[in-house]
Design a protein around this ligand. Structure first.
Ligand code: CP
Length: 302
């Protein structure tokens, strides 16, 4: 694949290859081995039009540990503020021989639009509410690392599913791999017709959590809500906030995931985020190995 825009076109074998390639980079990502020369002479450009802590840093570390040159392009200090478009910006970056452009943007479809307009490879690092493919891949990696098989795995994705690119990418990947996926949230935050994606819908958190092996919490995306948030933050925290009491509804060995950033005390209680069942920081650590795998496979260096 030249680009990674969505998980929809990936086969089960493609996903497995990415996870296995990430395995081979795990020691480099964890600094047990310093660097590998796989992408020497290649250039990766991080083009982030929305804020990011984990994804941008993770792509930068991944590219550097593969010995690529990395440019972190910051729109707020660029000619974007003078009105230069996304496509013109990317074409100018491409003219300076960028091999891979990693794009985060607030508009759904921005990565696809960019990929049509440039010859460089494009990786979608989150486009509006649409998809965040590398997040779902690192989530899969983290589940697999815990020794869980995907076939028949009971997963609850909880919260603001309507605005969540993380949920969409995970639903696509997990259902492809044979997991039983539930989405849990208030009717205002669950898109109508989402059952067509092969998931079951629950509006009561306790019902949705019953016996699941993976609890995947989502951030309440305040920046993507309309003016009138319904339910209100306080109601939402009471009805859908994950507390240690509620975790007891799930399988006793269930893991708690969250893509970050977390709203402590809103969708997740601090004691749950910091508990032994939480793998939130493992997800972040695995992001580097998984992104190394993606960059390596897309560069053609294999
Ligand atoms: N999970 C995630 O995408 O986090 P950032 O927005 O900090 O990159």
């Amino acid at each position: 694949h030249k680009n990674l825009l969505s998980l929809a076109p990936l086969s089960v074998e493609d996903i497995q290859l990415i996870l296995e390639t990430a395995d081979s980079f795990k020691e480099v990502s964890g600094r047990e081995i310093k660097k590998v020369p796989a992408l020497r002479g290649r250039t990766v450009v991080n083009l982030f039009f929305e804020p990011s802590t984990r994804t941008r840093t993770s792509f930068e570390l991944a590219a550097k540990r593969l010995s690529a040159d990395v440019i972190n392009f910051s729109p707020s200090s660029s000619s974007v503020v003078k009105g230069e478009t996304l496509l013109d910006t990317a074409r100018n970056i491409e003219a300076m021989q960028a091999d891979i452009i990693v794009l985060r943007h607030s508009s759904a479809g921005a990565a696809e639009t960019l990929a049509r307009g440039v010859k460089s490879s494009v990786i979608n690092a989150g486009d509006g509410w649409h998809e965040h493919p590398t997040q779902a891949l690192l989530d899969l990696y983290t589940i697999r690392e815990r020794g869980m098989a995907f076939k028949g795995l009971r997963v609850a994705i909880v919260g603001d599913v309507a605005h969540s690119r993380v949920a969409r990418s995970n639903i696509l990947a997990l259902t492809k791999l044979g997991a039983e996926v539930r989405v849990v949230g208030p009717p205002t935050m669950i898109p109508l017709g989402i059952e067509k994606m092969g998931v079951r819908v629950f509006h009561h958190l306790d019902d949705g959590l019953r016996d699941v092996q993976v609890i995947m919490m989502l951030r309440l995306q305040l920046e993507r809500q309309g003016r009138a948030l319904f339910p209100t933050i306080r109601e939402y925290a009471r009805l859908y906030g994950l507390t240690s009491e509620r975790v007891k509804m799930a399988d006793p060995k269930a893991i708690v995931m969250h893509p970050g950033p977390i709203n402590r005390g809103v969708e997740i209680a601090p004691e749950v985020a910091d508990s032994l069942s939480s793998v939130i920081l493992d997800q972040v650590a695995n992001g580097v190995a998984v992104r190394m795998g993606v960059l390596y496979l897309m560069s053609g260096a294999n």
